[in-house]
Design a binder for this molecule. Structure first.
Ligand code: ARG
Length: 466
């Protein structure tokens, strides 16, 4: 048996029976879109101001509407507002309340407007504001990384490929690699902001409106760069939400990689870093445990944000123009992506400056695994051995090292010379870890001098951000 809704719908004129109570709940979005109340009111004030400017509303009517909306805003913020599922969404809840408070003038607010351009405007206002906050947290994290990179510019650790010891690098260099990933994410975020910063108001339901309107006035009031150019597109696309989620998924994918490394490095087996206690938790059964929960959770949350991107792409796929109710489903994934990104950035920005490197462990790990083998090969090339031959020679020396449990630098000159007569006493300078990193002294290289310089340049760039 279906029950009927007893609420009066603002669109009820052509209907001859009440909405089914389940359908009412099923189609409502107020449970989650009430989050947009501030932006909805902001948009309505701009719209009413525009209607007064063009003479559609009188100055009195405009004043009454803005006064009513401002009171409603205050009441919502004071938690003094009852949201009704019967009124479907944030837009109709606020509009109905306005009419309740100021009477018939409230009913004029929706002149020349539709919920379609209204909601397209609200989400953009919301997202633009959140992008500002996210940009701030991202910058804070990057500043922390760059400061740590400067601090650890000369701290040597093994660099890996395939998670096998490859060549020595500095910890500062590694941290600056993370910074570069985030730098591109920041660029993606700014691109997204720029492309979405257009005002859909005036598109109305889909075709525009017959009233005299000034779309650029609304755009200006709301801080948009300009009005959107096509009414059908304005109300139907959610590509800006997709673009934001693409940014978010890429950022979290980057953070998941950093997380994975922090998790590995803080294990007893690596012991490269110490995560501060306040970012870890214990085990209820194993008293010795200190678990890196924060990076683990960030790694885990990447899954849901990647999911939101795919969800939004799938939501949009094959939708005919213009607005479809499907688009109501854009909000929960977008909101969750925003919340998750903010939390993960906050966790990382707080944690990164407190990470302590265990330089001694890093150094001795870099000494294992023949990390200077390439340096020896390059040395032989400088002594006129062809690279492929020198690769072979060093490979044999490494095999000897494995058999005798000796690193290349621990072999005697005579021992090394059995592999190539080209090797002389100066070889020991290049076989040290310091010699290895210092030799890579070029833009983008791991030499401590370069890392210091790169950290300084990164810091300067960050300081120039608005
Ligand atoms: N709650 C709706 C949404 O989020 C608002 C727009 C409704 N428009 C409509 N024609 N039913 O998409």
């Amino acid at each position: 048996m279906s029950e009927e809704s007893d609420s009066v719908k603002p669109w009820g004129g052509r209907f001859s029976e009440a909405t089914d109570a389940f359908v009412e709940r099923f189609t409502a979005s107020v449970q989650f879109d009430q989050r947009l109340y501030r932006h909805d009111i902001q948009g309505s004030i701009a719209h009413a101001s525009m209607l007064a400017k063009t003479g559609v509303l009188s100055t009195e009517e405009k004043r009454a509407i803005i006064g009513g909306l401002t009171d409603i805003l205050r009441d919502i913020e004071a938690d003094n507002f009852t949201w009704s599922v019967g009124l479907e969404d944030v837009h109709m809840n606020i509009e109905a309340e306005l009419t309740k408070r100021i009477g018939i003038t409230g009913k004029k607010l929706h002149t020349g407007r539709s919920r379609n351009d209204q909601v397209a405007t609200d989400i953009r206002l919301y997202l633009r504001e959140e992008i500002g906050l996210i940009a701030g947290e991202l910058t804070r994290l990057q500043k922390g990384l760059v400061a740590q990179a400067d601090r650890y510019a000369g701290t040597i650790m093994p660099g890996f490929t395939h998670l096998q010891t490859a060549q020595p690098v500095t910890f500062g260099h590694h941290l600056l690699a993370w910074h570069e990933m985030l730098e591109r994410d920041y660029g993606r975020l700014m691109d997204c902001r720029e492309r979405m910063n257009q005002c859909p108001l005036g598109a109305a339901a889909l075709a525009g409106t017959t009233y005299p309107i000034e779309r650029e006035f609304c755009a200006g009031q709301l801080g948009f760069a300009h009005a959107t150019r096509n009414s059908l597109d304005s109300v139907s696309d959610r590509d800006f939400a997709i673009e934001f989620c693409a940014f978010a998924a890429t950022l979290l994918t980057h953070l998941s990689r950093a997380s994975e490394e922090l998790i590995l490095w803080s294990s007893a087996q690596f012991n490269f870093i110490d995560l501060p206690d306040r970012f870890c938790t214990g085990s209820s059964i194993m008293p010795q445990k200190k678990n890196p929960d924060v990076p683990e959770l960030v790694r885990g949350k990447t899954g849901r944000v990647n999911g939101h991107l795919v969800g939004l792409l799938t939501l949009m796929k094959s939708q005919p123009l213009a607005y479809n109710k499907d688009n109501q489903e854009d909000k929960e994934p977008l909101f969750d992506a925003v919340d998750t990104v903010k939390d993960c950035l906050r966790a990382f920005a707080d944690m990164v400056p407190a990470i302590k490197a265990n330089a001694t462990e890093m150094y001795s790990a870099a000494k294992r695994g023949f990390s200077t083998a390439t340096d020896l090969a390059d040395y032989l090339v400088r002594k006129n051995v062809a690279f492929r031959d020198s690769h072979e020679i060093v490979g044999k020396a490494v095999a000897h090292g494995i058999a005798t449990h000796k690193d290349l630098a621990e072999m005697t000159l005579e021992e090394l010379q059995t592999f190539s007569p080209q090797i002389s006493a100066d070889v020991f300078d290049i076989l040290t870890l310091e010699g290895s990193v210092n030799a890579r002294n070029h833009v983008g290289g791991t030499a401590p001098e370069q890392v210091k310089l790169a950290a300084k340049q990164a810091k300067d760039r960050l300081e120039q951000r608005a």
